[in-house]
Design a protein around this ligand. Structure first.
Ligand code: GLN
Length: 208
C-alpha cells in the first residue's frame, strides 16, 4: 500500500448537507489512517481531479438544476463511466436514479443524472415520518445492523440490470450498489457508525 496517493474526495457543494459530508469523510480518512482530504467542489473542472465523488442530500430538484446549469452533470456521468466511485445520499440517490416519482405530486419533471438502474419514490415517508433514525440491515457491513438517519427520505421501489439492493429497512430497499456507484436513502454522514463511509473509501482505494 506504499503507493497509495493522497486521496481526493469531492463533495458536490451546490446545496444541502455538504459540510457534514466533508467533515465525516475527513474523520473517516483519519480513522482509516489514510492521507488525503474531502472538500466541496462547485466547478466542473474539479470533477476530473478527484478519486471519488459524493452527491449529498438536500433538495434534489435544486441540486439537479444547478448541476446542469454549471455543466457538472455531464462531467459526473463521464466520471461514472470511467469507473470513479460515486456515492449519492438521499437527494443524491434520487439524482442517480433512472426513474423517479413523487409520492405526493404526479409526474414531476426534474433533471436526473440517470446513472443507476432503479425506480425511486421521493418523499416516501410523507409528513407523518419526515425524519427518524432506525436500524438498517446491510449484510456486507457485517452482522450488526447499521443505524440509518432518514430525513424526508426517498425509497428505492425497484432495481434492475446490474443494480443490486445492499441495504434494507423493514424489507424496503434503502441502499444500492451498481459497480462503482453507491447510493443510500439514509444519511451516512450523520450516523455515528462510520462503516458505510469506510465501505465507500475502500471502493475508492480499489479503483485507484
Ligand atoms: N426529499 C428530498 C428530495 O426529494 C431529499 C431529502 C434529503 O436529501 N434529505 O430532494
Amino acid at each position: 500500500m506504499a503507493s497509495v496517493p493522497e486521496l481526493k474526495i469531492g463533495v458536490i457543494g451546490l446545496q444541502g448537507a455538504v459540510a457534514e459530508h466533508v467533515e465525516a469523510l475527513n474523520s473517516t480518512l483519519k480513522e482509516m489512517k489514510l492521507k488525503g482530504a474531502a472538500y466541496p467542489i462547485k466547478r466542473q473542472a474539479q470533477i476530473e481531479d478527484v478519486h471519488g465523488l459524493v452527491i449529498p442530500g438536500g433538495e434534489s430538484t435544486t441540486i439537479g438544476r444547478l448541476l446542469q446549469q454549471r455543466g457538472m452533470a455531464e462531467k459526473i456521468v463521464k466520471a461514472a463511466e470511467k469507473g470513479t466511485p460515486i456515492l449519492g445520499t438521499c437527494a443524491g440517490l434520487i439524482l442517480m436514479a433512472k426513474e423517479v416519482y413523487d409520492a405526493k405530486v404526479s409526474l414531476l419533471p426534474q433533471p436526473l443524472l440517470g446513472l443507476m438502474d432503479m425506480k425511486v419514490v421521493r418523499n416516501a415517508f410523507g409528513r407523518q415520518r419526515e425524519s427518524f433514525e432506525d436500524l438498517v440491515d446491510i449484510p456486507l457491513l457485517g452482522r450488526d445492523p447499521y443505524p440509518g438517519v432518514f430525513i424526508r427520505s426517498p425509497l428505492v421501489e425497484r432495481v434492475w440490470g446490474e443494480n443490486e439492493a445492499i441495504g434494507r429497512w423493514r424489507e424496503k430497499i434503502v441502499a444500492v450498489q451498481q459497480g462503482n456507484l453507491l447510493a443510500t436513502a439514509f444519511h451516512p454522514e450523520l450516523s455515528r457508525d462510520r462503516r458505510f463511509l469506510q465501505y465507500f473509501v475502500k471502493h475508492i482505494l480499489d479503483a485507484l
